[in-house]
Ligand binder design. Structure first.
Ligand code: ATP
Length: 942
């Protein structure tokens, strides 16, 4: 979103919602504080249309198509076509071969542009479709009830329920607020959170500064609020600016830039080599145009024309596959970085666990009462519910969540925080009637939960008295309690012994992997502020709830450990609960890990924290605040690790941005976290992160593979031309049109098939790739040279063997010579057939083709089948023969070409066998052997 000054952003269309009081504003909009009725909302939706901004229009199709002709390859080819045309025009007699060549080059440029445009378009459509998969829902009040609705169905008059981390889905007038601040930076550029209250403001101030209006596109930084929608969609301020400034920008990932840069360098090299070949051939005499044709052949042989487009497709397919595994990638860069992830900092609730809380135990002095039942269905028994009632009543009055009965979407559900959902269910099991409680003690103030305080407080009026109910993390709560409700004795001062007892109960529950919440209260004055309401409290009891681990997580953790990835739990919950869950999911198996709390972290400086993290033995962080998470991420990054971190709250945004891979929760996370992250987990599960890492690794591996594939054929094309140049053979062994037919024809589909291969077995048995590793590592270059030189030797041999078989001196050969035409055909077909074998062997670096079988080669075989049909057509179909200067080959010719391909395959099999035996000799475990020393000792420490 472009920055826009207050001046340009003055809304024109909504005068007068800020100046009347709340009742006046609601009146103008034809709504009461119970919200619209469902029917009214439906009517307004039909009248005003959905709350959706029109799709932004980027550059026109025509311009984007035209842009395809401006890349370096296209320009080079266009220049070549023009020179060839000029040669045709000036030549006497005119050589129709030149005209054909020029037309063929132009056709190739056009074809390349069409393919490039098509692929870019498809990649963009994929991105759009994926974006739409993240549901954008919002909570509103309709018919007096809170319901969640898709943000697109909001209408003017709807009452929004906003909380920290929410994106404001429409322009709205605040009608109730508790500690509400908003981040208006998207509209004003001002990053300081701005306070918002329901108070009326003077009509003449700048609307963006009005203290009671919130704007679409901005976010809630803290607090909770209700606000009535005054404008939706393009009528909002955001909509107006969006239409003025929105443009689709295509962002390229570092890998794409690396490949594009490399392609440019290769093109420059090709140009120089072409010029050299031209200079060498010139003194040999003969028409200028023949030397030019040689030079052109060299240039197009070297340049990997189809590469950038293939690369985009490989990345786009990777992104789509990750989406199928519930990991949505927002930026292409994440695909590559994921593959080199070395540390995953994960939170606990919802990621390692199901976030399906069930209260199992309630402690009030001095006994623990068991609660039975599972899930959110309010069916189950409470052991002796009477003494617990006060604690549960206080807990549910201090809740914002709602329990939703079964509907078409499934069984009992929670709208809002699942921790609170569990409290509602437990209270219902104990016979507490929430509606009656709320009627008897209406809420007059609220201090929402935040991960820093780890507390939530609500203030209620009961008759003449006002009471604050507080619930939160036991340690935090206990520190603020001075008294306790102790059975028949009533409220008494809390003794040290009792304090120790409460802490012990909390520890016992935590060791059983329960998430524990303390409940307290305090009579206050009606105008009490937060500090007042949260001090000198009277403790009621502790509530322990089970949040079972996700079943799929254990296997994912084991996979990550095999892959040399360190997993560190960073949770807001207590250390004991965290350790208990870590054991359940297999994150910790041996002795207790080093457990640090947020308070411990406060005592460490950056250097000490780095030293602590550099130690590979298991560590977990508990009771942390978002700022601590940020410090842990930074310290890991300083140690050179590639860090993925999960986050869901609004305060997690800085850590998500700081990490290499910020991972937000799609189902439970806040809009702010999703905005800050580069990856969104649609199912919130840790297993999806592991799956995405595996995909990330395989995308990178596939890109490497197709680079080798493409450059192997380039070596195969280049060498025979160079040999002919130096041997003084007067004609090209492979014409520019033939080379283009290979690079942009027969090579493209198999390269694409290689770019989309499924992960190779053992992808997660290797250590992470170093992010500094260049795509063109020594290993890649060695493999290109190995395969390329065998292919080149074969093609050069078959070409000159065929020429030799005519028994004529080189100087007698002309372009019309049938033997020359056959040799040309042999050279082209030789490369195409050899590439079929290259494609088969490249599916693995080290596994034999016998082990691989035809694994994931359906697309590959289909692509190669098409290549074979194409090369046969070039050899036998008269019109193609004329274009390519080819001739029909005999059965024996084909057999020789296939034999060359088989030889290449065998040579690579021998190399693979040698590599495997070397690996066997060197390693009992491939991961440990190839790991850097620090990580090896970490694995041993586990
Ligand atoms: P993770 O960071 O792994 O997801 P978490 O969800 O337990 O862990 P927080 O949401 O920061 O972390 O919660 C920390 C503690 O705050 C909880 O253990 C609980 O005691 C308390 N707590 C959580 N939700 C609420 C709530 N709605 N009201 C009051 N206290 C809460």
């Amino acid at each position: 979103m472009a920055r826009s000054g207050t001046q340009t952003a003055v809304p024109q269309s909504r005068p007068g919602f800020a100046s009347p009081d709340v009742a006046g504003a609601l009146d103008r909009l034809g709504v009461t504080s119970r919200g619209l009725s469902a029917d009214d909302a439906a009517l307004r939706l039909t009248r005003d249309g959905p709350n959706e901004l029109p799709v932004a229009h980027g550059p026109s199709m025509l311009r984007r198509f035209a842009a395809q002709f401006t890349d370096l390859f296209a320009v080079m080819l266009l220049v070549a076509a023009v020179i060839t045309l000029v040669a045709y025009e000036l030549g006497r007699p005119r050589d129709t071969g030149n005209l054909q060549l020029a037309v063929a080059i132009l056709a190739v440029v056009l074809l390349n542009a069409v393919i490039g445009f098509g692929q870019e378009f498809a990649a963009e459509r994929t991105a759009e479709a994926l974006r739409a998969m993240v549901p954008h829902r919002t909570v509103v009040v309709r018919d007096g009830e809170r319901v969640d609705v898709p943000a697109v169905s909001l209408v003017v008059g709807d009452i929004l329920v906003l909380e920290a981390g929410d994106a404001v889905p429409a322009d709205a007038r605040v009608i109730e607020a508790h500690g509400l601040t908003v981040d208006n930076s998207a509209l004003t550029g001002e990053s300081e959170p701005a306070r918002r209250t329901p108070d009326a403001v003077a009509a003449d101030g700048p609307p963006l500064d009005a203290g009671n209006l919130v704007w679409m596109g901005t976010t809630v930084s803290a607090g909770t609020a209700r606000a009535v929608v005054v404008a939706t969609a393009k009528d909002t301020e955001f909509g107006r600016i969006y239409q003025l400034t929105a443009q689709t920008r295509t962002e390229h990932s570092p890998l794409q830039r690396q490949v594009a840069g490399m392609a440019r360098r290769v093109a420059a090299g090709a140009f120089c080599l072409g010029a050299l070949v031209f200079a060498i051939r010139l003194p040999l005499g003969g028409p200028l145009v023949t030397s030019f044709v040689f030079a052109l052949g060299v240039m197009v042989a070297l340049v990997p024309e189809g590469l950038p487009a293939t690369m985009s497709v490989a990345l786009a397919v990777g992104v789509r596959r990750m989406a199928h595994r519930k990991a949505l990638i927002k930026k292409l860069v994440a695909v590559e970085t994921l593959g080199s992830t070395t540390v995953i900092c994960t939170d606990k609730t919802g990621t390692l666990t199901k976030a399906e809380m069930t209260v199992q135990a309630v402690w009030v002095p001095d006994r623990t009462h068991a609660v039975s039942g599972a899930g959110y269905e309010p069916v189950g028994d409470v052991d002796d519910p009477e003494p617990l009632r006060g604690t549960l009543q206080a807990a549910v009055l201090c809740c914002d969540a709602r329990l939703l009965p079964p509907d078409s979407a499934g069984g009992w559900r929670v709208l809002g925080d699942t921790t609170e959902g569990a409290l509602l269910v437990a209270a219902a099991k104990a016979g507490v009637d929430l509606t009656a409680e709320q009627r008897a003690a209406p809420r007059i103030e609220e201090f929402p939960f935040d991960a820093d305080r780890k507390l939530m407080t609500t203030v209620h009026r009961t008759g003449e008295t006002t009471i604050a109910y507080v619930k939160g993390a036991p340690q935090e709560l206990l520190a603020r309690c001075t008294r306790i409700v102790q059975g028949d004795e009533g409220v008494v001062a809390i003794s040290d012994a009792m304090r120790a007892r409460v802490a012990a109960v909390n520890d016992d529950m935590s060791r059983d992997a329960l998430r524990v919440l303390g409940v307290a209260y305090r009579p206050v004055s009606a105008d009490a502020g937060q500090a007042d309401a949260e001090q000198d409290l009277i403790l009621l009891g502790l509530i322990g709830m089970l949040d079972p681990p996700r079943p799929e997580v254990s296997a994912a953790i084991a996979t990550c450990e095999r892959a040399g990835i360190r997993i560190v739990m960073v949770t807001g919950d207590s250390a004991l609960t965290a350790e208990a869950i870590a054991r359940k999911v297999g994150l910790i198996t041996g002795a207790s890990p080093r457990a640090l709390t947020g308070a411990d972290l406060d005592h460490l400086d950056e250097q000490q924290l780095r030293t602590l993290l550099a130690d590979p033995s298991p560590v977990l962080f508990a009771r942390v605040k978002p700022e601590h998470k940020m410090r842990v991420v930074s310290a890991f990054k300083d140690l050179g690790e590639i860090v993925a971190v999960t986050g869901d709250g609004a305060n997690d945004a800085p850590a998500l941005r700081r990490a290499d891979i910020g991972v937000a929760m799609g189902a439970s996370g806040t809009d702010v976290a999703r905005e800050a992250a580069v990856m969104v987990l649609l199912d919130d599960s840790f297993a999806s992160i592991a799956a995405a890492v595996e995909r990330g690794r395989s995308v990178y591996q596939n890109i490497r593979t197709f680079l080798i594939y493409v450059f192997t054929s380039n070596v195969g094309e280049l060498v025979p031309i160079l040999v002919a140049t130096f041997a003084g053979f007067p004609l090209v062994p492979l014409s520019a049109v033939q080379v283009l037919a290979i690079d942009l024809g027969s090579d493209v589909l198999p390269a694409l098939a290689l770019g989309t291969l499924q992960p190779e077995p053992g992808t997660m048995d290797k250590p992470p790739r170093s992010p500094r590793e260049s795509l063109f590592s020594a290993a890649v270059v060695r493999r290109i040279l190995f395969l390329g030189s065998i292919q080149a030797a074969g093609v050069t041999a078959v070409f000159f063997w065929h020429i030799h078989s005519a028994g004529l001196p080189f100087s007698s050969f002309t372009a019309a010579n049938p033997v020359y035409r056959e040799a040309l055909t042999m050279a082209q077909a030789g490369i195409v057939i050899s590439q079929i074998f290259v494609g088969l062997t490249l599916r693995s670096d080290r596994l034999s083709i016998v082990t691989l079988g035809l694994r994931s080669s359906g697309r590959m075989l289909a692509a190669q089948g098409l290549s074979l049909v194409a090369i046969c057509a070039i050899s036998y179909v008269p019109v193609l023969q004329r274009l390519f200067h080819t001739a029909p080959l005999s059965g024996a010719d084909w057999a020789i070409l296939v034999a060359c391909g088989i030889l290449l395959l065998l040579a690579d099999e021998i190399r693979k066998a040698a590599l495997r035996s070397r690996q066997r000799r060197h390693a009992d475990s491939p991961v440990e052997q190839t790991l850097p020393a620090s990580r090896r000792s970490r694995l041993q420490a586990r």
